[in-house]
Design a protein around this ligand. Sequence first.
Ligand code: 5GP
Length: 202
Amino acid sequence: MEKNHGLLIVLSGPSGAGKGTICQELLRQMPDLRYSVSMTTRSPRPGEVEGIHYYFRPRQEFEAMLARNELLEWAEFCDNYYGTPLFAVEQAILDGRDVILEIDIQGAMQIKKRFPQGVFTFIIPPSLDVLSERIHKRGTETEEVIQKRLATAIQELEYVDEYDYVVINDEVLAAVEKLKSILVAEKCRVKRKPFVFKGEYK
Ligand code: 5GP
């Protein structure tokens, strides 16, 4: 019987929606799930580890990979490039492993064109007030930047229709349960089964 391919799970949503926290908890609960490590031209933040959080690369190297078509998608965000190296994702999926990508909306839309069978999930905060509160609590941005991020978040919410699923993140564990249910349902889809039932089901 031919092996099922792994799922390509794309997680995006406005900054402050909590997608990073959800992703970490999901990976903790599902150790077989692979996290796609992105490449970026930005500098590492304290505590970020090369090859775990990102592959930190100079701009020239990023552009060379782009020219060689070695990125599944890419985007420019706040004057830096971010992209998904194609090789690791492709290999894992062909081997039957599920891969999760936490990327921005521009990148998700590129993948949707190239790989529509991906599972596109949008994470949103329960309300704009909660989003505002979360961004303020992080304490890393000035009020001006916060207002800009909130305005961007409102625009980004319009993209929800482009996704297959939406998960409201009011509580991390509850949101993770919903994501796990989505993955179980996706794996049961008839269209994902590469074999003909009548011939091979005994
Ligand atoms: P940060 O600099 O805060 O780590 O990430 C900034 C933004 O870039 C976040 O919205 C994050 O989801 C997004 N991002 C991270 N990696 C990728 C990637 O490989 N491709 C795209 N398109 N966006 C990414």
